[in-house]
Design a protein around this ligand. Structure first.
Ligand code: CA
Length: 470
């Protein structure tokens, strides 16, 4: 009897230990939750990667991702400048719906840093994924507020290597208090001196992936390339020595270095055998600011700062080898869709009360449905506003009648067809106006540069084709 009791006890303990071992196995083995990586370029011109038609700039790694993933040919961002675009991307809400129309305008007399940032009432993708057991890292540019309560480590991220401002020098500089020279901040290491920041960010991304390969993770790789200041490595400049224009040459070299680091991220995922189960989204936060950094948004008209396609339609790739077949997706989608998509793929739920403007893209990208993810899209930035319904797009400015374009026939927005479609103009203007008055007051104003300069940017000529090879 005694022996039997001991044996029974041993069996029970063994089963208990076994069950406990099962309990503590990493989530990966039980649920196969995907990892998520957002690779965000900054001020990248639409036409400046190989797969979108660049004849000058070689981006083999981004092109490979496009070839094996889903190319979203009508991928939009929710604002034509950095700050509000990132506020939308991070939350899945059109940022205008919480008063984040503008970049953080610190030059204004009423500027108060305590109220300039992503409102703490808004949940970020990282907040949502953290609640689902994810480990989240941000490497690079935050630009969603510099006060302590806006810090990324308080917004759902567990690791941060980067800077809070809207940009950074690419080479190590002395900290002279200038915004782009501030030291790198990190909570998981003593930040190394900058070699070339795009490579340093690549190093941190590779390191993050290696350290967290055994658990579900979200990595926000917020590169500043090819945003100004225009600074490139000599070895990359040599590759583009045939480009006569110095700014364009430097820009090409900066995009090249971004591409190299996209390649390093993909290679690491493959080596760690987690590539198939990782969702990688590559996009830019807004269109290229042509004359500022030498970018080209061909075939689109417009640039950073305005609501023509060149300001808001960006290179947009979604790669998820395990679940999504390679190909193209041709209906309009937006960066606001990433938050609900990630949450759904991670096994979570977003609710109506979350008031997200994005939708879960998975049923669309996997062809489970042929419906359009968005019938209507809305934009507002300082003095401009825009609405897209189906293939019609209307842009409203203070100094002229509304402009209407049929994107189905006129992707370069060359023909304003408002005068032939007044009924449509009227109904779209009404819908846009109804949205305006439903939104809260803006939380902070823009420095007046964007407000003043915008109108001229609608009138200037843009390069709508790729440059001839020199
Ligand atoms: Ca930007």
């Amino acid at each position: 009897m005694k022996l039997k009791a001991i044996l029974t006890a041993i069996i029970i303990i063994t089963i208990a230990i076994g069950a406990q071992a099962q309990e503590t196995k990493p989530d990966r083995q039980r649920f196969s939750k995907p990892n998520f990586i957002i690779i965000l370029a900054d001020d990248l011109g639409f036409g400046d990667v190989g797969y979108t038609g660049s004849s000058q700039i070689k981006t083999p790694h981004i092109d490979a991702l496009a070839k094996s993933g889903v190319v979203c040919t009508q991928g939009y961002v929710s604002a034509p400048v950095c700050g509000p675009s990132r506020a939308g991307l991070m939350t899945g809400r059109n940022q205008v719906n919480f008063g984040y129309d503008n970049n953080l305008g610190e030059t204004l007399p009423q500027f108060n840093e305590d109220h300039a940032g992503l409102p703490v009432t808004e949940k970020t993708i990282a907040d949502r994924l953290a609640a689902l057991g994810y480990t989240n890292g941000i490497i690079g540019k935050w630009h969603l507020g510099e006060a302590a309560h806006y810090h990324p480590l308080k917004r759902g991220f567990h690791e941060f290597w980067g800077y809070l401002a809207g940009g950074h020098n690419y080479f190590q500089q002395e900290d002279d208090g200038a915004k782009y020279n501030r030291p790198i901040i990190s909570n998981y290491k003593k930040p190394q001196p900058i070699t070339y920041i795009t490579d340093d960010k690549g190093d941190e991304c590779v390191d993050f992936i290696k350290r967290h390969k055994g658990e579900p993770f979200f990595l926000y790789a917020a590169f500043n390339a090819p945003h100004a200041p225009m600074q490139a490595l000599d070895k990359d400049l040599k590759l583009y020595k045939d480009i006569a224009d110095e700014k364009r040459r430097t820009y090409a070299a900066m995009v090249h270095r971004l591409d190299v680091n996209v390649g390093r991220i993909v290679k690491t995922l493959k080596k760690q055998k987690i590539y198939d189960n990782t969702v990688i989204v590559f996009l830019s936060d807004n269109g290229g600011p042509d004359t500022n950094n030498g970018s080209i948004n061909a075939p689109f008209r417009g640039r950073k700062g305005i609501l023509l396609e060149g300001g808001i339609r960006v290179p947009f790739i979604v790669s998820y080898p395990e679940k999504l077949k390679s190909g193209t997706y041709n209906k309009a989608i937006t960066s606001l869709d990433l938050a609900p998509t990630f949450v759904a793929l991670a096994g979570g739920k977003t609710l109506k009360k979350d008031k997200l403007d994005g939708v879960n893209l998975y049923p669309y990208l996997s062809n489970a449905t042929q419906d359009a993810p968005h019938e209507t899209m809305l934009w507002r930035f300082t003095i401009s506003a825009g609405i897209r319904k189906g293939n019609w797009k209307l842009v409203r400015l203070p100094d002229r009648l509304p402009m209407l374009f049929n994107l189905d026939k006129d992707i370069a927005e060359q023909h304003n067809v408002a005068s032939e479609n007044w009924d449509l103009v009227e109904s779209m203007l009404k819908e846009l106006g109804d949205w305006d008055v439903s939104t809260p007051h803006v939380q902070f104003l823009e420095g007046d540069k964007w407000r003043r300069n915008q109108l001229n940017l609608y009138d200037k000529k843009y390069q709508l084709t790729q440059p001839e090879n020199e």
